[in-house]
Design a binder for this molecule. Sequence first.
Ligand SMILES: Cc1cc2nc3c(=O)[nH]c(=O)nc-3n(C[C@H](O)[C@H](O)[C@H](O)COP(=O)(O)OP(=O)(O)OC[C@H]3O[C@@H](n4cnc5c(N)ncnc54)[C@H](O)[C@@H]3O)c2cc1C
Length: 154
Amino acid sequence: MASSTTIVLVMQTDENYLKLDYKPRWWRLGAKSQNSQVPKGLRRAPSYIPIANEVTKRLAEKMDGIPLSLLPEAAMNAMTTAHILGGCCMGESPEKGVVDFKGELFGYPNLYVVDGSVVPANLGVNPSLTITALSEYIMDQMPAKKGLNHSDNK
Ligand SMILES: Cc1cc2nc3c(=O)[nH]c(=O)nc-3n(C[C@H](O)[C@H](O)[C@H](O)COP(=O)(O)OP(=O)(O)OC[C@H]3O[C@@H](n4cnc5c(N)ncnc54)[C@H](O)[C@@H]3O)c2cc1C
C-alpha cells in the first residue's frame, strides 16, 4: 500500500492550543491513554482547509488516484498533529512563559528545559530544525561546570 499511496501534508500558521492529558479511560478498561482537548474558551484549529482539498483533488486527477481525508478530520472535525510544541513556552516573564531565554525555569534556578516544549509559537513548518537551533542557543548560554576548562573537552 505504501508504494501506491501519496500523503499530502498541509501545515497551518493558525494560532492554536491543545490540552493533553494521560489518564485511565473507561473505553480502555481502565488503562491509560493520551488524549487532547481544546481548552475552554479557545477556538478549535480548522481541520478543513479548502485549498488543501482542492490541491489534493487535482493531484489525484493527475495521478489517477482517489483523494481521501483522514477519518477523524472528516468525521469529527478533529485536526491531526505530529508537532506537539509549547508545553513549557519560552517567554520574557513568568506571565508570558515557563522558561526564560536561557531555558531556565522562572522561580527554579538551575532547572532547564531544552526541547520542543519551549517553542513559543506555531511555526507553520516542520519544527525539528527550530528545536535543534533553540537547543543549541540554550546550551551555548549554559555556564561551564566549575573547574572545567572548555578546551579540556576537545
Ligand atoms: C510521525 C511524526 C513525523 C514527524 N515528522 C517530522 C518531520 O518530517 N520534520 C520535522 O521537523 N518534524 C517532524 N516531526 C516532529 C518532530 O519529530 C518533533 O517535534 C520533535 O522530535 C520533538 O522534539 P523533542 O526533543 O521536543 O521531543 P522528542 O524528540 O519526543 O524527545 C523526547 C525524548 O525524551 C525521552 N523521554 C520521554 N520520557 C522520558 C523519561 N521519563 N525519562 C527519560 N527520557 C524520556 C523520549 O524517549 C525521547 O527520546 C514528526 C513527528 C512525528 C510524531
